[in-house]
Ligand binder design. Sequence first.
Ligand SMILES: Cc1ncc(COP(=O)(O)O)c(C=O)c1O
Length: 380
Amino acid sequence: MFDDVINFVRTLYGKEGDIPLHSPLFIGNEKKYLEECIDSTFVSSAGKFVEQLELKIAHYTDANYAIATSSGTSALHISLLMSGVSQEDEVITQPLTFIATCNAISYCGAKPIFIDVDKDTLGLSPEALQSFLEKNTLVKDYQCINKNTGKIIKACIPMHTFGHSCRISEILEICSKYNITLIEDAAESLGSFYKGRHTGTFGSLGALSFNGNKIITAGGGGCIITNDIKLAKRAKHLTTTAKVSHKWEYNHDMVGYNYRMPNLNAALLLAQLENLEVFLKNKRETALAYEDFFSDKDFHFIKEPENSKSNYWLNTIILKDQKYRDLFLEETNSNGIGTRPIWTLMHKLSIFEKCQRGNLKNSEWLEERVVNIPSSVKAL
Ligand SMILES: Cc1ncc(COP(=O)(O)O)c(C=O)c1O
């Protein structure tokens, strides 16, 4: 039934065997930097690669500061802690996201509130956010109080889904009006821009991920980006066990975390970063080929939204209904083509089913129909 899609993906990747959804590509200085790192013996939490990497990420994203972390999840956790999120607080996010966004909220003891996404960006909808806040909250003493629970809504975490930017400047405006701190889950969107600005730099803090399935990888790793020097210093302190700098003394002035990216991972990532532009160009070509191919079929290909430039991390199509989607997933996967449905929506997981939510009709519509298709950088 889907032979034409299977054949097209095979032609695109020039491959007969299995074609994964996304795999990394190492074509640059990866081995050289890893060897250098091992020879230096600085493979762990200190070393020149971490510092070089932070400078390069800050430069690329045009953020004032970048703090490398052990994962995107730890970057989100620290960002929430620095925004003052604690037990009893609430944090707005979208139900259509990877579990890590909500896990990080839960690590702080806070509760997520789920607000719908837009169908074109797959990210948090500014209209749905505004409407929820208008109906359910009041601002008192510079804090946004949820009238239903009496709790403070401290932060909002929109996510730039599959590398497509959400309407982040509109979201920022709403959050500012309601005194809610904006943290961007930019785990999937290194190389994606909204109105010319890199995703993750609109809010107080942005979190990137360099997990093995991302556009570039450190094996495992993440990064916090911010323009605020105080937050940058605190992030570095909190991610390095809150150790007070001293040549030999062990003094920790608060309970910190072992969330620093190891130098070994930074060495790998630095080499990957050198090829980011090449990867972005290659992925854009793939996306355009898919867009063209799907234009006359029963599928809708998700293009980069208005005012934005996507990294096209994972290409996405929308199928007509769930039954058709399941047939597609079954046939493509059994023919070695790595396709995946979207995550189970967060409010449908037993751990979050009691959380407050707005009307989630777009998320639920998308959950039944969205499929990701092979998106790796093609061999160069
Ligand atoms: C949307 C989103 N948020 C957070 C994360 C967490 O990143 P990590 O796996 O590096 O912890 C990921 C990816 O893994 C993600 O896709």
